[in-house]
Design a protein around this ligand. Structure first.
Ligand code: FDA
Length: 460
């Protein structure tokens, strides 16, 4: 068992942990990043499958994501726009495919009016929410005690309007059934992107991609840290006191003055803490759970839908794949579609054999793009639910009532133990941008504490 000593130990080499590690290094503190997997990036993973480059995890960048955009620029990476020329497609309750342009689905005039009215109400509510402190809103307790689905149904009895409004934060973002999380949680999701309208605007929220893949962000951040990033080192135990921490992996002991837990909160209980974490953390961590979505990649010899004047953008709350997009790589002659199968639908298809599941999912894509969608040359399902060191996708959210009850303590340090992850961000919540923001925040808190203790030079 070898032993190393650093100022700060970071557990997790995702975007949050690597951002924090780089900031701490710049401030003159020594770091070690321990990563359980044999690669860096966590939920960012760009890989080549059967000859096709796929974004197995996160990939899109939106215009409000300043922290991520700044990092991309600073790392010298290039971005490109998602293909969006032509008509979008909507499949309605009658199972028929309708083409449309703009943001409003091709629904009846009555349903359109209901969607517009409720969107206005939601934008007004979201404007009152501080994404960093949603629990401070005077109505937080009330909004956290009604489900997202029940609140929408209290606004209208138009089922098509409810389904279309619900899935933006449900299947598409929190990736949980809409009866399982609160209106407050839904408002936080929207506030983290600036407004409900931003969140439902695919041209906004799914604006750009990084040439060569978004995993280059953590890869380049890790490169700067060199040998201070240690792979295949799952942290098994963490002893802590006011004096600092001692972490152990199967091969290594690391002593440090501070530790940052830079991974999904659902994994905190994988680490054995000595002494145990306080009662409040024991309780609050049990009220967070990961959503669940299968990201489906289908690569074709050419982007055939473009020949039909389709942008590739497709939605339907009635389809197995509730949304799908043109995900063709920069400069690639082949065409890639990406579809998403969420929460209970994902549970359902995992009951099937791999062949049957593929058939069902491609059948759903064919409802948007026609029969050619059934014959990709490469097919792959990102299944983060079976990844031991993530356990779901995209991120964690609170159960009913949990956000206003526990949210304020999620980021609070416990002695020398600090917490950073996209799953506790305000702006950029559940996104890489939020992970980077949390990485910067936790690093600056540690630098301030170290400065007070005289461990780093004042003003550095
Ligand atoms: P992350 O989970 O990435 O990193 C934590 C690291 O800690 C992991 O590497 C893990 O292995 C490690 N770890 C855990 N326990 C450990 C232990 N005990 N010891 C050592 N290491 C340990 N976002 C976005 O902005 N745009 C998008 O398009 C998408 N799309 C998307 C699709 C899919 C399929 C997924 C899964 C996710 C997205 N996201 C996204 C979300 C985005 O990828 C995510 O929010 C951030 O990458 C999370 O970064 P973190 O650093 O917070 O955690």
């Amino acid at each position: 068992m070898s032993e190393i000593t650093r100022d700060v130990l970071i557990i997790g080499a995702g975007a949050a942990g690597l951002t924090a590690a780089n900031d701490l290094r710049k401030a003159g503190l020594s770091v070690a990043v321990l990563e359980a997997r044999d690669r860096v990036g966590g939920r960012l993973w760009t890989d080549v499958i059967d000859g096709a480059m796929l974004e197995i995890g996160g990939q899109w960048v939106s215009p409000d994501q300043d922290a991520l955009k700044e990092t991309i620029e600073e790392l010298g990476l290039e971005t490109y726009s998602r293909y969006r020329e032509g008509d979008s497609v909507y499949v309605g309750p009658d199972g028929k495919t309708h083409r449309f342009t703009g943001e409003m689905f091709p629904v009846s005039a009555e349903t359109e009016a209901v969607i517009a009215r409720i969107t206005g109400i939601l934008d007004a509510l979201v404007a009152e929410i501080d994404p960093d402190r949603p629990w401070e809103h005077p109505n937080a307790a009330e909004w956290d005690s009604i489900t997202w689905d029940a609140w929408l149904r209290s606004q209208t009895d138009d089922d098509e309007a409810v389904r279309n409004l619900a899935f933006a934060t449900g299947s598409a973002m929190l990736t949980k059934p809409t009866h399982s999380f609160s209106l407050l949680q839904s408002l936080l999701m929207a506030a983290s992107a600036g407004s409900y309208s931003n969140l439902v605007d695919a041209d906004f929220i799914l604006d750009k991609r990084v040439v060569g893949g978004l995993q280059q962000v953590p890869l380049r951040l890790a490169e700067r840290l060199g040998q201070d990033v240690l792979l295949n080192q799952p942290v098994r135990s963490l002893e802590w006191s006011d004096a600092g921490v001692v972490a152990t992996t199967d091969e290594l002991t690391v002593r440090a003055r501070h530790a940052i837990l830079a991974h999904a909160p659902v994994l905190y209980s994988r680490i054995s803490f000595d002494p145990p974490l306080p009662r409040r953390q024991h309780q609050l961590h049990q009220h967070l759970s990961m959503g669940f979505v299968i990201k489906v990649h289908a690569v074709y010899d050419r982007p055939f839908w473009r020949e039909q004047g389709l942008s590739g953008t497709a939605f339907s709350p009635y389809e197995l794949s509730h949304e799908a997009y043109d995900n063709t790589n920069h400069g690639d002659e082949r065409g890639t579609l990406v579809g998403f199968v969420s929460d209970a639908n994902a549970d359902g298809v995992f009951e099937l054999s791999a062949e049957e599941r593929k058939e069902r999912i491609l059948e759903s894509l064919s409802h948007y793009y026609g029969p050619e969608a059934k014959n990709p040359v490469v097919y792959y399902e990102s299944d983060w639910g079976s990844e031991e060191w993530t356990r779901g996708a995209y991120a964690a959210s609170f159960d009913m009532g949990g956000l206003h009850r526990y949210g304020a303590d999620l980021r609070t340090a416990v002695g020398p133990i600090h917490f950073a992850c996209s799953d506790m961000a305000g702006a950029g919540y559940q996104h890489v941008d939020g992970a980077i923001r949390m990485g910067h925040l936790v690093a600056s808190n540690i630098v301030d504490a170290s400065r007070d203790a005289g461990a780093v030079e004042s003003g550095s």
